[in-house]
Design a binder for this molecule. Structure first.
Ligand SMILES: [Zn+2]
Length: 225
């Protein structure tokens, strides 16, 4: 949130600098900008509204699931309609530009996640498994708002090297236009608790552009740390 405030304050300063200082001395312009800056800071300092409804946590209306915040075991919505519509449209528009996407994973129930997670722990141990898999009740895939995407053309399904494909380049530029963000960012592993997952997209609707431009994880963006 702080980052956003600084950026907005800078934008105000640039705007004011561009239109307000033509006839003023440099000093006057600086004084004026300072006043405006402190005003904008207090006005923009709006707290995030976090609430829990039926065991589900929302930050400003956006459903939140992470290593700390779970979903109820019986939350079983399937892939949500808005997620499905958004990804189908996204895939169609990408196809028109010659890119081929596949849905690798969509909704996963609590029980299915438990099965996956337990298999990973048995294979790699808990510490390693926790970096790439969620404990049951903590997977974003149980929200019905997360998808894993890939491309058989590039043949790198669910591997970090997906980031070097033309498909990922396209996603980086356009996913937010469809309401998706890349949820587990590179360099943010300590915050999300997950390895970088360029293939994992989370539907957040009309907040996607703002979140993407902030460069923040959902946890940072909504001050949940
Ligand atoms: Zn995923």
């Amino acid at each position: 949130m702080k980052f956003i405030k600084v950026v907005m304050a800078l934008m105000l300063l640039v705007t004011l600098g561009a239109c307000g200082s033509e006839d003023a001395t440099a000093l006057e312009a600086i004084e004026y900008n300072k006043q405006y800056e402190s005003l904008s800071f207090s006005n923009l300092d709006i707290p995030v509204h976090v609430e829990e409804i039926d065991g589900i946590t929302y930050a400003d209306g956006v459903l939140i699931v992470n290593k700390e915040i779970p979903l109820p075991n019986d939350y079983n919505p399937g892939l949500q309609a808005e997620t499905e519509e958004a990804y189908l449209q996204m895939f169609e528009d990408a196809a028109a530009e010659g890119l081929s996407f596949e849905l690798v994973s969509g909704f996963r129930s609590y029980n299915y996640q438990a099965e996956l997670y337990n298999n990973y722990v048995a294979r790699d141990g808990k510490e390693a498994a926790d970096k790439y898999s969620a404990e049951p009740g903590h997977s974003e895939h149980q929200t019905g708002l997360a998808i894993d995407v890939g491309s058989y053309d590039s043949a790198v399904l669910l591997q970090t090297s997906f980031e070097y494909t033309p498909e990922f380049e396209w996603l980086s530029e356009h996913a937010h236009e469809y309401g998706f963000i890349i949820r587990y960012l590179k360099g943010k592993e300590d915050i999300t608790g997950y390895m970088y997952e360029p293939w994992h997209l989370r539907y957040v609707g009309d907040k996607a552009t703002d979140i993407k431009e902030s460069g923040l994880t959902l946890e940072e963006y909504f001050d949940l740390l």
